[in-house]
Design a protein around this ligand. Sequence first.
Ligand code: SAH
Length: 407
Amino acid sequence: PHSILSCFVCRRVLFGGIFMGKADRELQTCPYVAKCGACHIGEKSYEEELAEKKAQVVTHIGKYCGKINDVAGMYYPYHYRNKVHAVFGRIKDEVVAGTYEEGTHTIIPVSDCLIEDTQASAIIRTVAGLIQSFRLWVYNEDTGRGLMRHILVRKGASTKQIMVVLVTASPEFPHKNNFVAELRRMHPEITTIVQNINDRQTTMVLGEREKILFGQGYIEDVLMGLRFRISPSSFYQVNSAQTQVLYKRAIQAAGLTGKERVIDAYCGIGTIGMCMSAKAAHVTGIELNAQAVKDAKANAKRNHINNIHFIAADATEYMTRMSQNGEKADVIVMDPPRSGSTEAFVKAAASLKPSRIVYVSCNPETLGRDLAWFGREGYRAQEAFPVDMFGFTEHIETVVGLHRKDM
Ligand code: SAH
């Protein structure tokens, strides 16, 4: 329904971008966009968006960074999200899955999102239908009553493994075995199903308790030729194709020769550090989420990488300890969350005297603030490479290479 020339099977635009040209890329429109608020698809062309994103990066880091490249855009900017989340609700007598209208508890049913993985969307529709036919209670945010809260679907873009996480308000899940059997029968492509229990009245999707209902409890994906295990609560970049573009830039900016001691701060399941390990003497990954650190350790083993180790700690605290112990590093890679890093981290990082720092940022605003701190510590940003990981949203990812001014 979204464009003139679309495939009968997957409904994607044929030849996305190559033969159809710019105008045709604009044809896709979304019926939910006005209320959903997660993206602004249909408002402007993808090309215009990339230009605006570059301008945004220039605004925030232009005065600290010598050269800012054009944004590396996606080849096909639709259905790129490998992680899809929906909340369950009830509209009249019907169970629906979707998103809350911004700032409210009013549910907007979304059944076919243009930026999310299509297989994930189909599974979510099925689960909403199963909740209805098994007569399970849907959780109500206002009263705190009911059972079924959220669904999270994650797909390994290259392995095609699919994980379904059903978030419930209590551990009791009536008809659980039949529910799982029916879901697997309708979607044999699912490789693991996990129940996550979140009994708190919070905006956080996942709670701390988990039960594996089917399969291994995690999926695997292949990125840059390495195989990674991803657990439900571990961070994994949502756009796999662009992640490789991003990581290649980060590896390039690190300028490794095989002799360097590298720190991968905010490392998640260890992806960046492991992709750099073949060209480094040793890598230390630092990550706060204990589950992600477990994944990272398993991933190193799985890929037979012996020159990497992982520390479960707050990055600022651990870096400060390294600095107090007089330790040194040659290259520091850092990839903090949207809130950015801390001044104490920046001071500690500088005192380890790395010749290069690679900053991977998902928020140009905090990136600018942190680059100013690095400037005071003697590190200059030389070149920035913005990469679009989140088409049709406000978000933009940037890799910045910094060098010590006296080198
Ligand atoms: N580099 C990884 C993960 C980046 S996302 C990748 O490319 O996949 C940011 C990561 O920082 C998340 O895994 C999050 O759990 C972690 N994190 C958040 N706050 C942290 C802190 N204070 N110290 C260490 N890690 C932190």
